[in-house]
Write a protein that binds this ligand. Structure first.
Ligand SMILES: Nc1ncnc2c1ncn2[C@@H]1O[C@H](COP(=O)(O)OP(=O)(O)OP(=O)(O)O)[C@@H](O)[C@H]1O
Length: 274
């Protein structure tokens, strides 16, 4: 069953009239992970933000975005707010931009959860504590009393994953969730995302420049270039028999980069062991 079906999505800038996403159609199967890859500026983030209806007001969108058969393009902002977080959850590139800098993490987490559930303060604290421990965040109580700037990028990403565990959304959209992190932390956060999928069986849209990670985590892949989907298919097929010249280029160059990462990781592990 398709949990999400995007039909003829078009996004354009009303100020300039420029079309940025041209007639994009794709679907996300229940329980599967769809990766969107492509060079910088190809339209991956705008596509995902369109699903969440989070693009700036100067960007207009048309077409159908059917979530469980309902076109989210037709929902009011109030109805959409209920869907965000509870049904469709986004893990952003930079944890720092996801949390309110003016309050401690715990306040933000409690406010988010109180918006979607009838839990009392104690229940929220208990659920968050368990979820944070499950993503290897030690001392959850201490962390909840810290401001975002007092925590590392890797910790903020884990907190976002922990919040996602508690929210149990139908779809997680992870937009380059490890780009802002150092190599070792990237590896750990990806491990947590893989575990999250295994545990919750949720569906995921995963945007990444790292094709090594895409090969590990995704079931299907969309390749985007200049606002268009130029190739799509099962992960295995995309990597072993890419058809489009651009996909061939991506697969060879990006996998070479990934191999480099693996070498660094092995080196890092040795240093840690020694
Ligand atoms: N608010 C905006 N107004 C007008 N154009 C925009 C806006 N945001 C992004 N764009 C343009 O839309 C295109 C697609 O951007 P998008 O952020 O979706 O690319 P991307 O594939 O996610 O890139 P990256 O991998 O660097 O994150 C780019 O050319 C970008 O300059």
């Amino acid at each position: 069953m398709n949990l999400l079906e995007v039909k003829n999505l078009k996004i354009w800038d009303v100020k300039t009239g420029k079309v940025i996403i041209h007639n994009s159609s794709f679907h996300l199967k229940q329980g599967s992970c769809l990766a969107i890859v492509g060079e910088s500026g190809s339209g991956k983030s705008l596509t995902c933000r369109a699903i969440m209806r989070l693009n700036r007001s100067s960007l207009h969108q048309s077409g159908e975005i059917l979530f469980k058969g309902e076109n989210v393009n037709n929902l009011s902002e109030k109805e959409m707010r209920k869907k965000r977080g509870r049904s469709l959850c986004m893990i952003l590139q930079n944890g720092m931009s996801a949390f309110d800098p003016s309050c401690v993490i715990g306040v933000h987490l409690k406010e988010t959860l109180a918006e979607h559930f009838e839990w009392n303060k104690k229940e929220i604290e208990e659920k968050m504590k368990n979820a944070m421990e499950s993503v290897m965040l030690k001392n959850p109580k201490e962390i909840m009393n810290k401001y975002p700037h007092q925590l590392s990028g890797g910790m903020l990403q884990r907190i976002m994953i922990a919040l996602t565990i508690v929210l149990e959304p139908d779809i997680i959209i992870a937009d380059e969730p490890t780009t802002a992190l150092d190599t070792i932390t990237q590896f750990e956060v990806i491990e947590q995302l893989i575990k999250l999928r295994e545990r919750m069986g949720c569906s995921m849209i995963f945007i990444s420049h790292d094709l090594g990670v895409v090969r590990k985590i995704a079931d299907d892949v969309l390749v985007m270039k200049d606002g268009k989907i130029i190739e799509r298919g099962g992960t295995q097929a995309i990597f072993s028999e890419p058809k489009h010249e651009y996909t061939k280029y991506l697969v060879t160059t990006r996998l070479a980069l990934s191999d480099n990462l693996k070498k660094i990781m092995r080196g890092g592990a040795k240093v840690a062991e020694g």
